[in-house]
Design a protein around this ligand. Structure first.
Ligand code: F6P
Length: 342
């Protein structure tokens, strides 16, 4: 059989490891063929593709990004989207699609499957916010990058007796902020799950700094928000795909800390650095396992599934059951992070 592969949404380390595993399993063990569609759903809408064989995947395991490109283009944003996808697949003799992406890309895959275009989903995002899987690949690498950044920020905080803020990604949930905050020894972690009260943040820092020379690290998820009525912040702009353009909450928090406490405060926004470069060993293994199992499901024509990590093993779950729920950070883990606030 011939299957198509696409990578949609934000890029992240591990995408190429998934592609490599799908192709290797298909070509060498299942005698199947793989077609790569360029820039996510756009490649299917505009019939732009590349053959994916073992040779094309040589050396891509450790490479960040995706060799077939990605985009946030959504097929259902086009009136004839499904028909164009179906026609492209028919032209290439492609029976079904392995769709690698986050909540937006996978919800399109689920709709496609309901509209008669067979799909298998592979959950991808550094945010680790997709319900139905304990982990998504990209997350471990983002946490490692953010932790290394925090380790470095301690030096300047201690040298200048400063409060250093690090803004990390995480639009709906604060997994990256919480894990990197704990791993990096942050004093305060602000996440979307728990709207913050700026005066309480300042009081915590004052208590901490009353104990002597101070140097505090505050990690802020880009989606963190102040509790209702405690601080006014500008409405985020919306991008062409309907996504809120986040970024900058740490600057607002830093300005408030400095004006309310008098502590010198500085901000680093990690931005796209946490989505770049080579995946960690964990993400390479998870991506590879996801890719092999997704190809197994496609080969068996077990469509409408999403591969998922559950109790340490990769299983299949109905795609429709996985994409509706955003997985929040465990309150218990947020309590662990708060152990280190003053
Ligand atoms: O969904 C993953 C993610 O990296 C979010 O953490 C971030 O808010 C968003 O993508 C950024 O989107 P874009 O790459 O389109 O700017």
């Amino acid at each position: 059989m011939r299957v198509g592969v696409l990578t949609g949404g934000g890029d992240c380390p591990g995408l190429n490891a998934v592609i490599r595993a799908v192709v290797r399993r298909a070509e060498r063990q299942l005698d199947d063929e793989v077609v790569g569609y360029i820039d996510g759903w756009r490649g299917l809408l505009e019939d732009e593709w590349m053959p994916l064989d073992v040779k094309a995947c040589r050396g891509i395991l450790p490479r960040g990004g995706t060799i077939i490109g990605t985009s946030r283009i959504h097929p259902y944003m086009h009136d004839d989207g499904v028909e164009r996808v179906r026609a492209t697949m028919a032209r290439h003799g492609v029976e079904g699609l392995i769709v690698i992406g986050g909540e937006g890309t996978l919800s399109a895959a689920d709709r496609m499957n309901s509209d008669g275009v067979p799909t298998v989903g592979v959950p991808k995002t550094i945010d680790n916010d997709i319900g139905g899987t304990e982990m998504t690949f990209g997350f471990d690498t983002a946490v490692q990058i953010a932790t290394e950044a925090i380790d470095r920020l301690h030096s300047t905080a201690e040298s200048h007796n400063r409060v250093m803020l690090l803004e990390v990604m995480g639009r709906h949930v604060g997994h990256i902020a919480t894990w990197a905050g704990i791993a990096g020894g942050a004093s305060v972690v602000l996440v979307p799950e728990e709207p913050f009260v700026i005066e309480e943040v300042c009081a915590s820092l004052r208590r901490r700094h009353a104990r002597g020379p101070y140097a505090s690290i505050v990690v802020v998820a880009e989606g963190a928000l102040p509790a209702e009525g405690t601080l006014s912040i500008p409405e985020p702009s919306i991008d062409e795909f309907g996504h809120q353009r986040l970024g900058g909450i740490a600057n607002i928090v830093a300005a408030e800390i400095e004006s309310r406490t008098g502590f010198e405060t500085r901000v680093t926004n990690l931005g796209y650095v946490q989505r770049g470069g080579t995946p960690t060993a964990f993400d390479r293994v998870l991506s590879t396992w996801f890719g092999v199992e997704a190809m197994n499901a496609a080969h068996e024509r077990d469509w409408g599934q999403m591969v998922a990590l559950s109790e340490g093993a990769v299983i299949r779950r109905p795609l429709g059951e996985c994409i509706d729920e955003i997985k929040p950070t465990l309150p218990q883990l947020l309590d662990v992070a708060r152990t280190f606030s003053a």
